[in-house]
Design a protein around this ligand. Structure first.
Ligand SMILES: N[C@@H](CCC(=O)N[C@@H](CS)C(=O)NCC(=O)O)C(=O)O
Length: 202
């Protein structure tokens, strides 16, 4: 299998963390230089017409979207629960992508990425990201009450998806102080070798 990835991408990080958790040795990681625009080259657009990483090529099949790749890699393993638990994993990943993680990423993009590219942050977008975070973080805070992981005692793919977004909260200046359950859960996640080995290389 080949994974087209970027060391600065949180979407790639959650796939790389999945590979680490599962101990998969047969994935060749190919770095795509986003700063140089390699994701827009015709040969890359041929595998992902969106021009985005991560992309997994497995035999004759190509998969883009980080969550889909994670599920493909974890299929049939201890990391892929069954029945309603699997639906819960999908639910949290969809929620993260649509609401929670996207709020964090809005702020991070404006406060960190744009200035690195010489552009001014848009304060209205930052305010909208912070408002989204304030709306959705309490949902996660309540769900993590008395739990080590989102599903209880066992790590699931949604923990990896959410943790790679929460990892960006502090660098983005988002205050986690009001959310003790999120801080406790994230502290546990951040200690996992899969998270430590995949920390962004900027
Ligand atoms: N929803 C996608 C998001 C992928 C994405 O936005 N990738 C970013 C890196 S984090 C990218 O490739 N950006 C390059 C670009 O948009 O030109 C996923 O979860 O895989």
């Amino acid at each position: 299998m080949k994974l087209y990835s970027s060391p600065v991408s949180n979407n790639c990080r959650r796939v790389l963390a999945t590979i680490e958790e599962l101990g998969l040795g047969d994935v060749e990681v190919i770095d795509v230089n986003l700063a140089k625009g390699e994701q827009m080259r015709p040969e890359f657009l041929a595998i992902n017409p969106n021009g985005k990483v991560p992309v997994l090529v497995d035999g004759g099949r190509t998969i883009w979207e980080s969550s889909a790749i994670m599920h493909h890699l974890a299929l049939g393993s201890w990391l892929e629960p069954k029945g309603f638990d699997l639906i819960d994993v999908l639910r949290w990943q969809a929620w993260d992508s649509a609401h929670f993680g996207s709020s964090i990423l809005k702020v991070v993009w404006e406060r960190l990425v744009k200035p690195m590219r010489g552009a001014d942050p848009d304060e209205a977008i930052i305010a909208s990201g912070l408002a989204g975070f304030a709306r959705f973080a309490p949902v996660l805070e309540a769900a993590l009450e008395d739990k080590t992981f989102l599903l209880g005692d066992t790590l699931c793919l949604a923990d990896l998806s959410l943790a790679t977004d929460v990892a960006l909260a502090a660098p983005g200046g988002i205050d986690l102080e009001p959310y003790p359950n999120i801080r406790r859960w994230y502290a546990g996640m951040a200690k996992r070798p899969s998270m430590q080995k995949t920390a962004p290389r900027l």
